[in-house]
Each structure stands twice: as structure tokens, then as C-alpha cells.
Write a protein that binds this ligand. Structure first.
Ligand code: ADP
Length: 355
């Protein structure tokens, strides 16, 4: 997904980052003193988007540069994704509402047995709205959204993945409520293999330590959401911690109808209901992002017909889209996932999924 969410201020629970990385919770909340050793850049960044309490450094436990990077690169401050922007996926939405959104709004009700899960997994074919859902969850619960892609953990900070994970959780705690979204979580948290390299082994165990830290402190509102289309490859220890596993399937006929209508909104098109229904039937197996690509391809057809007239034509004279445009587009845009692949996912869902 490319659209982001608005990052909103955490309120009373926010805590500054302390230097005692391994026992962050034993440190009392520090008040802003104005004498912090944090560089002005870090402080102004923290003040901009978080609380009046700057993130303070009390002795080298974290890397100020890394904090700055997390605040600017990983914290997603784009426009928010709304629940309504996501077509279908009603079951997943309901589960996320109960698990993440309501607990942040009614902390008093969600204690003891109702204590919300801190880790969840969204699994399913690519392009089905997992990222969108995670973003919507963050914006609906006014949480800071940390968008971590596996490649950013392994490539951008080569050799520093472990430190990055530790700092990431510290920043997430200081800016809670927070949602840490880890896309392609399988690629960094895959089951241990014999030839696994040392750096990735350390990154993984650091993740487990940090995750257990936020889980054991019931005061922390930090939710980790992993996304994958290869749940079979996830490490057992990680899977155990992502207690709720929500299957995000390919859109069914209803969802495809909604998606198509949604994508075509605002475009002149002359498709009688009958044609829409044929399209819905013919796009069985297409993901949300395949449908997006299909509509984009179809929308180009009237433009291509113009030839050199494109430079002079009036915008309101472009002909509306027709069924034939979509038929042509379907020869170019094919479903990106093979059927046997998603059958595997359904099988995994029956065995390990929560819904
Ligand atoms: P994933 O994280 O599952 O790979 P994304 O959430 O990034 O997929 O979705 C990719 C794009 O596909 C979105 O930006 C959106 O345009 C479209 N899309 C996919 N699923 C949906 C959906 N259920 N509702 C609306 N748009 C969707």
C-alpha cells in the first residue's frame, strides 16, 4: 500500500526512552528538564509529533540518530486510511475492532481475561489489503503507525538490525498507543535454518525479547501486526506470540463488486449492471491490487485510441469506459497468484488461523 496514516499524539501513557534498554520499565518517567542531552533535531522531531515530553537520553542506551531515523522514516505520517476505504473483509475488521481498537478506547473494560492480544498476524495472498487494514487500525485507534518492511530491517541498517529493533520498540513505547506493522514478516522471522547467519539470528531473538517486554507490561499499548503470504515459513517462536492469526483472503464476488465500483467512482463509464456482473464473475482469483491494475489498464484504452489528438482533445470529450476495455485489459492484467498457492494458504488457515 502506498497511502499512509496520520500520526497522532499519544497521550498520558507516553514515556520517554531511557538508557536502560534491557529494563526500560524500571525507570521512572522523566520530566522534560530542558537540559536533556538529546540533540535539538531529535527533540524538535519528538515535540512535533509526540508529547510535550521530549525523548531523553540519559547515557548512551540508544542511538539518537536511529531514533531520528525511526521517527522520520518508519513512522508513517501520510494521510489516514479509513475503515470505509477497505472493501469487504468484514470478519477481519470485526476481529481487529475487538482486538485493537476497542481496547485503546475502553482500557477499563479490557483487562484480565479480556486483555487484548499484543501480537497478531494478517496472512493471505499479496495485494489483498493487509497493509491497508493495519493502517486503518492505527488511524481508528489514534495510534502511531510504525511501518517496518523486512527489507528496511535487513538492508538499510546492515548489521544494525538488532539495535534498530530495540530502538524501535523503545520509540513505540514512548509514543504509544502504537502499532508496529512488519510487512513480509516471514523473511526476517523465518524458522531457524542450519545456515542462518548470526546477524539475523540476533535480530530475531532481539525481536522476541522486545515483544515479550511489551506483552508483560499490561500498561503498554503497543500492538505488533505482522503480514505475510508465506505463514508456513514463520518461526515457531514468533508464531506462538502472534496469537491471533487472521486470514485475509482474495476478494469474493461481493468484495470484487465493491472494489470495482469503488475504483471506478468518479470515472465516466457506461457499464450496465449486467456487464458489471460479468466482470465480477470473470475476475475470480484477482486480488484487490490486481483489480486496481485492471481498472488502470482499462482506463487507458480511450486515451490510446486518440493517437496524436491527445494533445488537443477536451477532457470532457474522452469517451466513457466500456465493457470491451475491461475485456482487453484482462488479457494483459492476470491474477498474480496461482490457485494452488492460495489453496495452501487456506489449508494453513484451517490449521492455525483464528477465523
Ligand atoms: P497487501 O498488504 O495485502 O499486500 P495492500 O494493503 O498493500 O496489500 O493493498 C495494495 C493495494 O490494493 C491497495 O493500495 C489498494 O489500492 C488495493 N486493495 C487491496 N485490497 C483492497 C481492499 N480490500 N479494499 C480496497 N483496496 C484494496
Amino acid at each position: 500500500g502506498s497511502s499512509g496514516i496520520k500520526s497522532t499524539s499519544p497521550k498520558a501513557q507516553a514515556r520517554p526512552i531511557s538508557s536502560t534498554a534491557s529494563h526500560p520499565r524500571k525507570v521512572p518517567v522523566q520530566k522534560s528538564s530542558g537540559h536533556s542531552k538529546v540533540s535539538p533535531a531529535v527533540r524538535s522531531q519528538a515535540n512535533n509529533v509526540t508529547t510535550s515530553r521530549p525523548i531523553q537520553e540519559s547515557g548512551g542506551g540508544y542511538d539518537a540518530k536511529l531514533v531520528e531515523m525511526i521517527n522520520s522514516v518508519i513512522v508513517d505520517q501520510g494521510p489516514s486510511v479509513k475503515w470505509e476505504d477497505i472493501a469487504g473483509l468484514e470478519m477481519a475488521k470485526q476481529a481487529l475492532l475487538e482486538m485493537v481498537i476497542l481496547p485503546t478506547k475502553r482500557r477499563d473494560l479490557f483487562t484480565g481475561l479480556r486483555k487484548p492480544a499484543k501480537g497478531l498476524l494478517l496472512f493471505g495472498p499479496p495485494g489483498t489489503g493487509k497493509t491497508l487494514l493495519a493502517k486503518a487500525v492505527a488511524s481508528e485507534s489514534d495510534a502511531t503507525f510504525f511501518n517496518v518492511s523486512a527489507s528496511s530491517l535487513t538492508s538499510k541498517w546492515v548489521g544494525e538490525g538488532e539495535k534498530l529493533v530495540r530502538t524501535l520498540f523503545q520509540v513505540a513505547i514512548s509514543r504509544q498507543p502504537s502499532v508496529i506493522f512488519i510487512d513480509e514478516i516471514d523473511s526476517i522471522m523465518s524458522s531457524r535454518t542450519a545456515n542462518e547467519n548470526e546477524a539475523s539470528r540476533r535480530l530475531k531473538s532481539e525481536f522476541l525479547v522486545q515483544f515479550d517486554g511489551v506483552t508483560s507490561n499490561s500498561g503498554d499499548l503497543v500492538t505488533v501486526i505482522g503480514a505475510t503470504n508465506k505463514p508456513q515459513e514463520l518461526d515457531d517462536a514468533v508464531l506462538r506470540r502472534l496469537v491471533k492469526r487472521i486470514y485475509i483472503p482474495l476478494p469474493d464476488a461481493n468484495a470484487r463488486r465493491l472494489l470495482l465500483k469503488h475504483k471506478l467512482k468518479g470515472h465516466a463509464f457506461s457499464l450496465p449492471d449486467r456487464d458489471v456482473e460479468s466482470l465480477v464473475a470473470e475476475t475470480n482469483g484477482y486480488s484487490g491490487s490486481d483489480l486496481q491494475a485492471l481498472c488502470e489498464e482499462a482506463a487507458m484504452m480511450p486515451i490510446r485510441e486518440l493517437g496524436s489528438n491527445i494533445l488537443t482533445v477536451q477532457a470532457n470529450q474522452i469517451r466513457p469506459l466500456r465493457y470491451g476495455d475491461f475485456q482487453k485489459a484482462m488479457t494483459v492484467i492476470r491474477p498474480s497468484l496461482q490457485k494452488n498457492k492460495w489453496e495452501d494458504l487456506e489449508k494453513w488457515n484451517r490449521e492455525f488461523g483464528s477465523n
